[in-house]
Design a protein around this ligand. Sequence first.
Ligand code: C5P
Length: 403
Amino acid sequence: MIPDYYFFDTFHGKRLHLGVTGSVAAYKALDLLRAFCRLEIQVGITLTHAATQFIAPLSCTSLGADPVHTTFFTSSSHFAHLEPASANAFLVAPATANILAKMAHGIADEILSCQLLGYAGPVLAAPAMNPRMWSASVTQENWQTLLRRGVWGIGPDCGQVACGDTGQGKMSGLDQIFIATLRALAPQDLAGLKIMLTVGPTQEYFDCARFWSNPSTGTMGAALAVAAALRGAEVTVVHGPVNITWPSFITTVPVVSAREMFAAAQDIFPTQDIGCFTAAVADFSPPVCSQGKFKKDGSPLTLTFEPNPDILATLSSAKKDYQRTIGFAAEVEDLHAHAQRKLKQKNLDLIVANAIGSPDSGFASMTNRVLLLDRFGREEQWPLLKKTEIAWRIWDWMGMNTP
Ligand code: C5P
């Protein structure tokens, strides 16, 4: 299952060529195709002869691939072997040991290897094979040759493969293949920047079984982190307890409480260019129960909460000249006034504010309606948008406003 926060509309109209080779994992290429089509990426496909034993060309056509190649010799084109040249990227998934060997040695004895030889753009490969075939020294040498030449390698993962053996050789998850492919298709305008994000809720335990928290799912922060990483930034995410699938090219630091988040962010932020603070940090923490767990004895439970450090305000007030910070504000009323006050009080470059209380924005929704104010006095109220779209536009905004 590919998560919704991986679907960025900006990829509409890009062209991808997908090569499918003869591994049992070939059936998964159909789900990948559907995911790319959901983004309105135009996908051409080439199936090797072995791949057609696992999936039918008609399945690819029916799901939206155009063209679908299986042979050099078609009635419609004499140049099928050169057709992918205009694609923005070429993905081989699953990639067998055989196609890796051909790619490494320039062998072009069937349609797919010939197309790969004639393709000059970014090539990605997601190997899938038995672990003994993967660890064979010849496969390893071929793989290293391909990586050295600039092929983007995805996996393979460790796990149980179709024949029952366990080890490295399993094709990576579709989410990782999908997001790595988008990265090859994305502009690299944030390359060279280090960006830290805080994401999700924090949990403040008051005994070993109970905590105080909020309903943040981390979706907005995840969309921002993924968008920045797709655009070439080196991204580190400090996140509370969330159920987010992170791309393998994002560094993650899991924490539980606000104080742990503060300690991690304090360590990381000094080396970063931008800090983006999306976390819904608990502002107070309860005292920790000394007896393990509070017992029910019929009397009320009274706890005195202590304020937590404001991570954003602390780090942003001490930031260096070249560092920039983005804050978020979820407000019930007076959105504009609160946003303006926090922009100044927390020494921010940009504040992104949203009203909470409606089901289509804020916590746990895939959409949001935000107001942006920056330190140059620019203000914009955006309409209801997908969080992925908001994330993409926020990075555009940061680029536009580089002093
Ligand atoms: O003051 P308020 O909690 O509304 O500010 C929200 C912003 O401050 C968010 O960007 C949030 O991540 C950050 N924040 C923080 N540490 C806290 C409270 C909020 O970093 N303890």
